[in-house]
Design a protein around this ligand. Structure first.
Ligand SMILES: C[S@@+](CC[C@H](N)C(=O)[O-])C[C@H]1O[C@@H](n2cnc3c(N)ncnc32)[C@H](O)[C@@H]1O
Length: 302
């Protein structure tokens, strides 16, 4: 599948998903946010600390030092889960997504939180495109302290190119952070026939989709899955080739996530249960849905 094909698929599927995305992914997003926030040292960005803008006791307001800028690029931002997670430790979050409805949802949430566009806003963009457009060349879209991609890499036609394009947007010493899935098999449900499509020769374009003939809703979003996860060595290679292999580290998040379309997580079992697949499907096929999430980080080479 050419990257353009992947882009078209992603745009149309995530435009449809945008309105229901937060509700479907609430628990997964909450868990990931917690896991990420406990790993600020592992991520290793030059975070803004809250102390920096709090005035010392008795200090005159006029003498307050301006807060040091820490800018985050949230690529494939969706509705902004990663931005919201890191907002307390940064001074500006800029989202970028291929789906206009996701960008609109991100901006609405930021406004509703009372944030100014200067503090948090998203723009439409596809950095993997061979013709990203002049708007993405604006200086405000460069020189970030950290670039993050939350759950986006397995949707990209060309993850290696995505990493390169993101590293170009970091300042030297900036950090690239990705959460995604370790390698996993295609989906099988009900013991019925499912298959992965090879859309294009020699490309990893497996996307286990339900072809079960029972007319049960096929999870739309699975069609946009271009890669069945990434191994640690694949990620290291991607980071290194992109110029962010310095201090590369990958951590697998415990517990395991079992994902259906809804990507919702069952807190008690520390696994996810499906949002809009029938419950029985998930119960029977938990193993097929089991995913291991990793956080991978690397510093842009000096
Ligand atoms: C699974 S969602 C993750 C959203 C968000 N990062 C989060 O953690 O909730 C994947 C997102 O990737 C976006 N996306 C897919 N391909 C993209 C591309 N080539 N460039 C930018 N965004 C892309 C989709 O529109 C969608 O919003």
């Amino acid at each position: 599948m050419a990257a353009k094909g992947a882009a078209d698929i992603n745009r149309s599927i995530f435009n449809e998903e945008a309105a229901s995305y937060d509700e479907k992914h609430k628990k997964l997003s909450e868990r990931l946010a917690r896991e990420l926030q406990t790993r600020l040292d592992f991520i290793g960005a030059d975070w803004a600390s809250d102390d920096e803008d709090s005035d010392k006791e008795g200090e005159d307001d006029n003498k307050k030092k301006p807060r040091r800028e820490v800018r985050l690029l949230d690529y494939a931002c969706g509705t902004g889960m990663m931005s919201r997670t890191f907002a307390p430790y940064t001074t500006q979050c800029v989202g970028m997504d291929i789906s206009e409805n996701m960008v609109a949802a991100y901006n609405t949430r930021a406004e509703n939180q009372g944030l100014s566009p200067e503090e948090m806003h998203a723009v439409l963009g596809d950095l993997i495109s061979h013709t990203p457009g002049d708007a993405l060349l604006s200086p405000e879209l460069f020189n970030f302290d950290i670039a993050v991609v939350g759950g986006g890499f397995h949707h990209f036609g060309d993850p290696g190119l995505a990493a390169k394009r993101l590293v170009e947007r970091l300042k030297p010493g900036g950090v690239l952070l990705i959460w995604d899935f370790l390698p996993h098999g295609p989906l099988h449900r009900h013991g019925q026939h499912h298959h992965d499509h090879g859309h294009g020769k020699g490309e990893d374009y497996g996307h286990g989709h339900a072809d079960n003939g029972d007319k049960q809703t096929s999870p739309n979003v699975l069609h946009s899955v271009m890669h069945h996860g990434f191994s640690e060595s694949q990620m290291k290679e991607i980071f290194t080739a992109a110029g962010a292999g310095t201090d590369f580290q990958l951590e697998v998040i415990g517990g395991g996530f079992v994902l259906g379309h809804g990507h919702q997580q069952d807190e008690n079992k520390n696994i996810a249960s499906s949002g809009d697949w029938a419950e029985g499907d998930v119960a029977k096929d938990k193993e097929a849905f089991r995913r291991q999430v990793f956080f991978a980080r690397g510093t842009k080479d000096l």
